[in-house]
Design a protein around this ligand. Sequence first.
Ligand code: ADP
Ligand code: MG
Length: 393
Amino acid sequence: MVESNVPLATLHEQVVARFTARFGQPPHWVAAAPGRVNVIGEHTDYNDGFVLPMAIERFCVIAAAPAPAGSRGITWFDEIANAAVEIPLDAPITKGSPSWANYIRGVIAGFVEQGKAPPALQVYSLSTVPLGGGLSSSAALEVATATLMEAVRGEKLDPVAKALLCQKAEHQYAGVPCGIMDQFASALGREGHLLLLDCRSRETQAVSMSDASVSVLIINTNVKHELTGGGYAQRRAQCETAARTLGLPSLRSATQPVLDAARGKLDEVVYRRARHVIGEIDRTVKAVAEIRAGRWEAAGQHMYASHASLRDDYDVSCEELDVVVDIGRSIGMAGGVYGCRMTGGGFGGCAVALVQTSKVAEIAARIASEYEARTKIKPTLFLSRPASGAVIL
Ligand code: ADP
Ligand code: MG
């Protein structure tokens, strides 16, 4: 019922073997970066708020070696796309097709811009982060690419600068105006810890999550509802409108009374978007205090409140995510579920639950069977302890 995670050491062996089979020489460098799950603090990163993600035991792993003499660019084979792209290094790196390569092109362009162009390479990438499920396969690909570039050049970037370079790649090459959470979690995650990130100051604090009696269960609804008109960019614009109307640099500086006083000046939808952000920043800070004190049930209540706010005020949930959270709630404390919410951008993808480790098997079985009965879709479920951020292997 619960899918297992392939250990990083095994992925390392796989990527070496597959690189060698494809290119006829072993790789010189291997780098990996994890996906992430956000425990709470959703759609707050681009509002300068707090977020609480952790790196997960799902990784993008990339192997590389110098290309044969005479090559002028990078030959990159990606296992998920089951295709290779050529990235020329003797001309400006531009975005284009295939679109999956834009994340890679953007990161390499960031290195080139800093005078840190790589040599011609052969590259092989694989990933166990589900794609487009809200677990940041895109950041894993970007941060793994950046980490590979560090390995190739034998020169590390400051991890914060590295995360920002990857975010810029996603903005400029993939066209997604994402906040900073995903790349920070993938670059800076710490084993056994959640990462409390202040997206205004960019300061991070490690929040211990070493209590083995509590587990993080990830439930993939296996649906993705593509919204026409760019739901994410639209939310971001609405938040900017709210902050501008309030005369504030971002919604981080707003409070509920300040928002209410300005309600007459705000479109009703914009008001609700801002109410979510203000409430969610507050819930994130409170949830951290509960987790630090080991009060899992209280932390879980903030997760349910987060979900309701994302569903009702931010309009980024969907029926399938609501069904998962509803099942989690009906299992409840008696059945070992502390809290559950959608995670990531929304419109499908994954939910995250904090659960009692001793009851994981029953909880997973019940969520899987009730979800399938209600939606006719098979979910996938897996557990993850907080993993370490990007590494050179
Ligand atoms: P998420 O980051 O939540 O998984 P995104 O929509 O931000 O969702 O990113 C998903 C996209 O990232 C995919 O459609 C694909 O283009 C790209 N991607 C991520 N990882 C890989 C990979 N290992 N190989 C090819 N493409 C990838
Ligand atoms: Mg992404």
